[in-house]
Design a protein around this ligand. Structure first.
Ligand SMILES: [Zn+2]
Length: 300
């Protein structure tokens, strides 16, 4: 088991922006403090090159990022002010996701990123706090450079993985599965290979029963060489944006099920965090930390 993290993940948005960027260093600190992870479990990812980003994002969008020359409308869509440092930070995070995949494949294991899961990023634009699509870039690099021909994306963030769905709409080697709030952002959903839209207020029992009915079937049908799991904790009932009714324990059981399915079938798995906007920062950190606790339990 390996965990990607760099101090560059820390980022302070200007006053007035309340996207919870604080969570990244806090998750790492908590996991070390409680003894779930050792400092030696972590590595510092190297940033992606622009050529690697170019497997997925358009030349035009890349040029705008390189020169931070986006229109105010494009920046509004992303959701926070775009600075060079934020553009660079994203390259490290997506680099972590890719290097996680290489580690997971060569060790038949799990690797987690204390960030990433930026599934609202499309080939030609960013939105919903997402600049680069880390899973899409990673999947493209695995297919192009490592002969991987079956990838299963399990996107359980409460928001639909619209960018990922759109990027892989014509790619048979990547199966996109998104389970999300039907009435939540994005209003205009893209079409994944499998979309399951949940009603507002959906609770643990319903959620877990759908997941139990679906995931083993997908694994059997697709025989993926890698699973990419987006473990957003905005499914919690305490979430400001989530609209679902899940408990922290329900989210833990969800993580446990996905990760143990990968382990039982000996399928390499990578995890990126995705969203989490509970009122109390401690709930966000604790729910994300649960994903790592569960992973450590299964892959000790
Ligand atoms: Zn989300």
């Amino acid at each position: 088991m390996k965990v990607a993290y760099s101090d560059i993940y820390k980022y302070e948005l200007p006053d007035g922006h309340r996207f919870p960027m604080e969570k990244y260093p806090l998750i790492r600190e908590q996991l070390i403090y409680e003894g779930t992870l050792e400092v030696s479990d972590f590595y510092t990812p190297t940033p992606l090159t622009w050529a690697q980003v170019g497997t997925t994002h358009t030349e035009d969008y890349i040029e705008k990022l390189q020169t931070t020359n986006l229109s105010s409308k494009e920046i509004r869509k992303i959701g926070f002010p775009l600075k060079q440092s934020l553009v660079d930070r994203g390259l490290f995070i997506a680099g972590g996701t890719y290097q996680n995949a290489l580690y997971a494949i060569s060790n038949h294991s799990i690797a987690l990123n204390i960030a990433g899961g930026t599934h609202h990023s499309f080939a030609d634009h960013g939105e919903g706090f997402c600049i680069y699509n880390d899973f899409a870039i990673t999947a493209n690099l695995l297919m192009n450079d490592h002969d991987v021909s079956s990838i299963l994306i399990v996107d359980l963030d409460v928001h639909q993985g619209n960018g990922t769905a759109h990027i892989f709409r014509n790619e048979d080697r990547v199966f996109t599965f998104s389970m999300h709030g039907a009435r939540n952002y994005p209003t205009k959903k893209m079409i994944s290979d499998l979309d399951i839209g949940l009603d507002d207020g959906a609770q643990d029992a319903e959620y877990l029963s759908i997941l139990h009915d679906t995931l083993p079937r997908l694994i059997e049908e697709r025989s993926p060489e890698i699973i990419m799991y987006l473990s957003g904790v905005d499914v919690l009932h305490t979430d400001k944006l989530g609209r679902l009714g899940m408990t922290k324990y329900g989210a833990l059981q969800r993580d446990e099920f996905v990760i143990s399915q990968a382990a039982e079938h000996d399928i390499p798995i990578i995890v990126s965090l995705g969203g989490g906007y509970s009122h109390r920062l401690i709930d966000i950190v604790d729910a994300h930390a649960n994903t790592f606790r569960v992973a450590k339990d299964i892959y000790r």
